[in-house]
Design a protein around this ligand. Sequence first.
Ligand code: PEP
Ligand code: MG
Length: 325
Amino acid sequence: ASHRLKGIASVRPVTPDGKEMELSANISSLKELDIALGSGTYGVGLFRTEFLYMDRHRLPKEEEQYDVYRSVAEKLSGRPLIIRTLDIGGDKQLDYFELPEEENPFLGYRAIRICLDKTDLFKTQLRAILRASAYGDVKIMYPLISSVEEVQSANALLEEAKRELVAEGIPHRSDIEVGIMIELPAAVMIADLLADEVDFFSIGTNDLVQFTLAVDRMNDQISHLYEPYHPAVLRMLKTTVEAAKRGGIHVGVCGELAGDIRALPIWLALDVDELSMSANSILPIKERLLCMKQQNSRRLFDDLMVCRTSEAVKQLLHDFNQLAE
Ligand code: PEP
Ligand code: MG
């Protein structure tokens, strides 16, 4: 089977009725990049940068980060690379960085909230990303955005970093594209406003499911309630993609659901631009995409939207996918 799949690594990911999908990789290390390139990845839709900050005793310097970002950008030889700024906190801790003990770490001091508080830390990363952007199609993505103000504050620091680089005569992309993760219900509900502020959305279904259903994604005792096919989640996805389309911006998906073969008709029906997933999922998803009509997915989606339960959603998807097999 893997031999058969290898054969489609260089085939264009397009449905029989002409919908082309960007199939990209999520990476959190340099090793994963090689697997992605072997699968004919469109680009990197999510570069998780936490590993640079973890398993060490101090913050990574600008130069260290720049070296890593630049080498990934160069290895991608022109393919898009979305670098997500630090998403620490919640389940991810740093030994050398005093994070307060919190009752609810997932709702606490984390991700963009830390970056907008510790602006030196944030600007160091922004400068490193900007410098690497001179060597590839690099874009910036902010995690855990809940408001327009947060985007504007982050962008103000980005502009500051650009001004510094200009003054220092250091090359970078002054028109670097900026996007945000849509992973909080608040972001979904103001997606129309956020679309005016950024160049792209990437839907983080892992956190979006967790926060929509108020189900801790790390808690085994309630894992049966963590249901990506909940009708509430479907409505969140629809609202987000429609807001992106109306705003004329690129929209992708980078949570686990992007690489879940059962969900593919949903993305085709919504007409998302990009699916970013673990590198191992790219070829299986592409194989299915090559034989699945967008038109049929759209008809299915109308039926999904009137399902009253997760079970009903999953049953319809199951029946539809059986036909595609
Ligand atoms: C997500 O929340 O869906 C996501 C892609 O980010 P992470 O899993 O790193 O929180
Ligand atoms: Mg997330």
